[in-house]
Design a protein around this ligand. Sequence first.
Ligand code: HEM
Ligand code: HEM
Length: 273
Amino acid sequence: MHESILIYRKHRYLKWALALAAVSAVIYLIDRPLGAPNGGTWLGYALGTAAGGLMLWLAWFGVRKRRYGVGKVPLEDWLSAHIYLGTALALIATLHSGFQLGLNIHSVLYVTMMITIISGMVGLYFYVSYPRLLTENRRGLSTEVMLGQIAELDRDVRQIAMATDDATNAMALKSTQDTILGGTALQQLRGFDEHCPTTLARQFVESSVSSQHDAQRRQLLTRLIRKEDLLKRIRRDVQLRCLLKVWLYVHVPFSIAALAALVTHVVTVFYYW
Ligand code: HEM
Ligand code: HEM
């Protein structure tokens, strides 16, 4: 997914969303209800039904997404419409409430819905901007090629280090054996490892390179620097991919919470009617 989803079918779904939002806003401004505007007027019910229906349809995307190849409407249409109509929902639901937000059960629905919408916007930002960042970071190399280069560098490092003193050899060996890529979800999200054995080895060799004639250490240093750069790029790659997924851990649970709050809201308003 990339920018094209925003201009999909010449902004068809942006136009739909703008039309829906404009019609709702105009009727809201023209309407003169008895008392303050609220969810209980005829317009309140109409906007509430539209907002509730939209929310159910937006949540259905989770089901539709997993049925690749099935259905008359392509997945791109679903997603483009999901993004624009999901954004319009924020306005429609706000007009429905007549801006009557307070510390009550109805506002739980409003808040969970808004968190879902905002997390959707964050996810959209990731989807649109990250493919470029991923490509730039890789500089034309695939993860497999980078890992292959690291393995080659490790071989060189081990060989060169054998001709150096024990301390340098030990640091170099540690860099080839104990360097971790990936790790826990938190480590993947951080995108760097301050205790990385390769960085420690590079710093050690750097500080101990003494003269122009210290050929072994210089060769070692060149390889450690190259390996460190590759590690940095792979860690950044993992971090970006992780961020592409992590927002869904907010978006999906909150959309489920919002659906539960919607049911509670509708039951409550009809119960006290
Ligand atoms: C996304 C969907 C919806 C959101 C975010 C939402 C939110 C709200 C909020 C914040 C209020 C103001 C509560 C207050 O006065 O303190 C409200 C009122 C109301 N809503 Fe909804 N609502 C939604 C859907 C619905 C649906 C589907 C219905 C029923 C058809 C509905 C019926 C009502 C009614 C009757 C009121 C007036 C309650 C009263 O004044 O006591 N709402 N809604
Ligand atoms: C209350 C409103 C919303 C609900 C209930 C909702 C619900 C969902 C659900 C259930 C999914 C499927 C996730 C999965 O199963 O992997 C999804 C995906 C997504 N939503 Fe929403 N969403 C809402 C609003 C929005 C908004 C406003 C935006 C953007 C502005 C948005 C952007 C996205 C994106 C980018 C995806 C991921 C598509 C993919 O991974 O292919 N959502 N949403």
